[in-house]
Design a protein around this ligand. Structure first.
Ligand SMILES: Nc1nc(=O)c2c([nH]1)NC[C@@H]1CN(c3ccc(C(=O)N[C@@H](CCC(=O)O)C(=O)O)cc3)C=[N+]21
Ligand SMILES: [Mg+2]
Length: 288
């Protein structure tokens, strides 16, 4: 069996055009465009690339994009002051502070300082708690994008066995919550998990978010399973995921490529969340 390739670029393009339509409606209703502020601390080259593509996609969707750059040696207090100013800025609906932050900064304190209603990354503890308890929440963009890709293959996920590999607050934990919300039976595996291959061989759905290039082997995949690869690893061989794609594509039923899978969905979901935050702030219906 050869897997079908899940075209994240195409799904993301459809979502971006739906967001653009929603932005036009929002503008007609409120007389303003949603605004997204992205904060970058330091000059990490890869981060600069993401920030640029986010800014381009934001403007293409009809939203206002604002970028703030602080030097790598900026004081935590300067970043906190910037976050406070963005919280208070009526033109700003979404705030994204690019992670990771330099090691002298307390990322958790910064995340907790963002107004939860503007937390388009969904990383604030209030949003994590709302997601976990089934309340309306801003949901982290990467897991939300993964769920949309899964739904494009499985109209219903109910009763499927899902294994999420990775337990980060950014991907693994919220991904598990979303899958639980879809009535999957969810396992969160991580670096201490015993016999990961055996657990994966029982999984209908695998979400790989470990950050280890090509760690998950093709013969760990159950024939016909759906594999979502969150990994973005820059290696000598180029950009690769956390899954050995060449091996897994021979066994899986459907699989996301890297690049062109989850990454484009993350950006499209960021725009979606910004529109959602703007609609909620202005009390108009969110059309998506
Ligand atoms: N607060 C915060 N929120 C984030 O969402 C966040 C962050 N910090 N820090 C960095 C990571 C990384 N990230 C990516 C988004 C899109 C692609 C993406 O679109 N990748 C393309 C192209 C990759 C390439 O060619 O470089 C693809 O996979 O096809 C990748 C990576 C968001 N992040
Ligand atoms: Mg881990």
């Amino acid at each position: 069996m050869t897997a079908s390739i899940i075209d994240g670029k195409a799904v993301a393009a459809t979502l971006r055009s739906q967001v653009a339509e929603g932005v036009a409606t929002f503008q007609a209703q409120t007389g303003r465009a949603p605004g997204l502020a992205v904060v970058l601390v330091g000059e990490d080259a890869a981060s600069s690339v993401y920030v640029r593509s986010k800014g381009k996609a934001t403007v293409a969707a009809g939203m206002i994009s604002v970028e703030h750059r602080l030097p790598a040696d900026a004081e935590q207090a300067a970043l906190m002051a910037l976050v406070a100013a963005l919280n208070a800025d009526p033109a700003i609906d979404g705030i994204l502070v690019q992670l990771p932050l330099p090691s002298h900064m307390d990322a958790q304190a910064v995340i907790s300082a963002i107004d939860p209603n503007k937390d388009v990354d969904g990383f604030h503890p209030a949003n994590a708690g709302r997601l976990a308890t089934g309340l309306p929440a801003l949901v982290p963009c990467t897991p939300l994008g993964c769920l949309m890709l899964l739904r494009s293959v499985h109209p219903s996920l109910s009763g499927l066995d899902a294994v999420v590999v990775g337990r980060s607050n950014i991907v693994g934990k919220p991904m598990a919550q979303l899958l639980l919300g879809e009535s999957c039976t969810v396992t969160i595996a991580h670096s201490r998990t015993r016999d990961l291959p055996a657990r994966l061989r029982a999984a209908d759905i695998v979400v790989a978010a470990v950050g280890i290039p090509q760690m998950i082997q093709g013969d760990w995949i159950k024939p016909g399973a759906t594999v979502i690869d969150v990994g973005i690893n820059r290696t000598a061989a180029g950009l690769v995921g956390d899954v050995d794609f060449a091996g897994a594509v021979e066994v899986a039923g459907a699989i996301t490529p890297v690049p062109g899978g989850v990454g484009p969905m993350t950006i499209a979901c960021l725009l979606r969340n910004t529109l959602e935050a703007a609609c909620r702030r202005d009390g108009v219906a969110f059309p998506l």
